[in-house]
Design a protein around this ligand. Sequence first.
Ligand code: UGA
Length: 433
Amino acid sequence: MTITVIGTGFVGVVTAAVYASLGHQVWGLDIDEKKVASLSASRVPFYEPNLEEMLTETQKKGNLKFSSDYSQAIPDSDLIVIAVGTPSALDGGVDLKYVMAVGESIAPYLKADTIVAVKSTVPPGTLTALAAVIEGKTSVDYETASLPEFLREGSAVNDTLHPDRVVIGARSKPAFDKLNALHAPLTENIINISPESAQMAKYSANAYLATRITFINQIADLCEKNGADVEEVVKAMGSDSRIGSHYWYPGLGYGGSCFPKDVQELAYFSRKVGEGDNLFNKIHELNQKRLGKLLAAYDQKVGGMKGKKVAVLGLAFKPHTDDTREAPSLYVVPKLNELGARVVGYDPKVLWQDSWGKLHQLEDLAAAVEDVDVIMILVEWPDIISFDFNLVRQPQKIQWLIDTRNRLDACQFVQQGWQYIGVGRQVNCDQKK
Ligand code: UGA
C-alpha cells in the first residue's frame, strides 16, 4: 500500500514509521521544510524512545520518505492519514483549520478510491465538513474515515506496534476491508464502527482516564484528612475486577497535550448541545485548582519555602518525554519563586523553558539535590525515583522530601531522617508488617 501521513508531529511521525516498518511505502508530508529536512536525515525533533532507530531502519529500506510537496506524495496514495494539530479555539471548542487546509491541498491530487482518514482528534461532524472542502476540487471517488489515536507519549512506538485496540470509523465495506488489512499485523482487536462513534470513543477514552485521575486525587485528599492511606485504598479497591489496580496514581493532577485539551473540548461540545450540567464541565476546573491547593499546603508544611533551596525533579509532564506542555513544573517553579525559594531543577531530557522564570537548571541530579532543604519529585523518571537520596541527607538539618508521585518507600526515608510528604499517604512505619 502507498500511504501518506500528513503532519509530522508526534503522532504523525510515529504512525508513518510504524506503517513503513510493516513494509508499506510511506510518505510523511509536512509544510514545514525544516522538519522535513531533519526527518529525512532520521533526526527526530523531540525525544521519544525507539523512534529514531525505527526511522533510520525504515528509511534505510527505502520504505519511508518525507516531503513538503503534495503533488509528489498524494497522487499514488491509497490511503491518506491526516495527523495535523487541532488547537483549541478561543471559545473552548476545537479549531479545525489545519485539517480543512489539508483537505484543500490534497483534493486536486487524489487518485480514485483513495481513503482520506482523519487521525487528529476531532469531533463528530468533521468528516462531513472535510468532504465539503474536498468536493468540487476533485472528480474522483474517494472515501473519508476516522482513525483515532490512542498512543501515549513516552511509549508511542510500542503502543502503536502493540495497541490494545485499533478503532476504525468508516461507512463502506471496501474502506473497512482495506483499513482492517492494514492494521491486522498489529492486533486482532480491530473495532469497526461509524466515524462519529470512533471520534466519540477517542474523546470518551481520554475523558474517562482524566476523570479516573481526578477521582483518585480527590480520594487522596480525603485520605489526608481521615487517616487512610490512598495506596492501601487503591490496593483494596483495585482488586475488584470491574475497577482494576492500574492507572490509579494520585499526584498533582494530569497534564500533557491531550487530557486537558480533550476534556475541555468535550465540555464545550456538551454545553453546545444543551448538556452543560455534566461531569465533563467540572473535571478541568478540579484538575487546575489542584496544583495551587497542594503548593499552598506544601508551603505551610515545610514552614514556608522562603529562603529555602528547593530541588524540583522532573520538569517534563511525565517520564520518558521532553514534552512540557501542561507540565506541573510550569506552575510549580514560578510559584516557588514567588514564595521566595531558591529553585534548582533537574530533568534528564527537558531543555530550558522561559516560562519557568528563575530556575537554576542542572544536568546532574546529584548536584541538584546537594545541600537541599526541600526536594520535590514532580515526575517519576526512573533515575529520579531510584536515586540514593541518603547521599545528601544532612542529619543536623531538617530536610523535606515531597513525593508528588508516591513512588518512594516512605518509611525508608522517614527512617533516614527525611520529613516525607506524599499524596494522600499516612506514614505509620511502626505498624508495617
Ligand atoms: C494520553 C492517553 O493515555 C493516550 O491513550 C492518548 O492517545 C493520548 O493522551 C492522546 O490523546 O494523544 P499521554 O498524554 O501521552 O496519553 O499520557 P498519559 O500517560 O496518559 O498521562 C497523562 C497525564 O496523566 C500525565 O500528566 C500523567 O502524569 C497523569 N497520570 C496518569 C496520573 O496523574 N495518574 C495516573 O494514574 C496516570
